[in-house]
Design a binder for this molecule. Sequence first.
Ligand code: SF4
Ligand code: SF4
Ligand code: SF4
Length: 375
Amino acid sequence: MGTRTFSLILLPTLQCNADCDYCFEDKTSDRLTLEGLEILIDKVLDHLVAKSIGALTIHWQGGEVMTLSPSWLAAAHRLIDAAAATRGVVVGHGLQTNLIGYSPGWNTLIREMFGNRVSTSLDYPNLYRHRHGKDTSDYDQLLARNIRQARDAGIDVQAIAVPNLATLAIGAERFYSHVVDTLGIRSFQVNTPFPGGSDHPAKGELPMDSRGLAKFFIDLAEVWMERGDRDGVRVGPFDELLSYFLDGPSVLPCIWTEDCANHLLCIDPRGNLAQCDCWVASYPDHWLGNLFHAASLDDLLTENPVRERFHQRPMALVARDCIDCDSLALCHGGCPVRAFSVHGTLFEKDPHCQLYRSVFAHLAAAAARLARDVR
Ligand code: SF4
Ligand code: SF4
Ligand code: SF4
């Protein structure tokens, strides 16, 4: 079996205990059954064996995974482990959760299935995340309490944060201090916002002005480079970019892979297959098909016209928009869903192009300074 790892984003439910204004998911009551999971996972594993791919990482997302029970997840874990063992595939699991439904009853499952690590989602200041009929401060209090309880139980709580206009207004120093000093999070990543899914006034500010966003990202990179070592904190994507520019090993986010369709797929609880969670939850026209109905994952993927369009995108952008870019070998035109959500087509470069260029240039210069200092 080969050494390649494939990533699967698995949405076992489309139910959520939150009601965020900017959510791109069409939330339904669908839940995956264990019988359904067995069918899907057998087809995914058979595909990996056929392609000599020896490892699978399953990213459990929703909806919200913690609307299921720990015992259901434990049974799912046993089922997947058994199916993988018979095929010689190594499977790892990651959990992305809003933590709103967390209680100590999850601790054993988190330790045994997820290596005692979870990643949560947070905004600061929080303008859009709330529970149904409740306000953002209710959400913030609940999240801070649950992060604290999870950390007290020894769980490594990481986070993905998406900046908004209020984040830009308070600036990078206060943002970093809130995440690291107040919430105690030692590893987090900032993602670029995009207006995926149905229209909502909360998405009216998107895409955000690249200059403002670039200033925030660069300031945050500076704060991290100043404090991160001392605090023992990792901040993505800056840590991986710095390593990339220092010629070290790096795992860059999917938005900068040469063709994300080669590395990642997403399945929802109804068996719908798409490139990633936003595609499966928001854009049925871009589903690759339904894995329950297909004889095999190979059948679904072979000469799939939607997937072919994803494969064609990087070359089309190289030939047109990105040909003169110094960062082409790093960025490959950026993220298809960010382009689609703004331009309505895959064949445009990522709307955050200018932000990426600024961040790449800044981290490349920082790496050069570091290398010089070491010499
Ligand atoms: S927690 Fe996630 S899935 Fe749930 S409403 Fe908020 S953005 Fe949507
Ligand atoms: S569409 Fe964008 S977010 Fe989705 S897998 Fe591809 S690069 Fe990642
Ligand atoms: S930074 Fe911009 S021009 Fe360069 S590869 Fe990325 S999207 Fe294309």
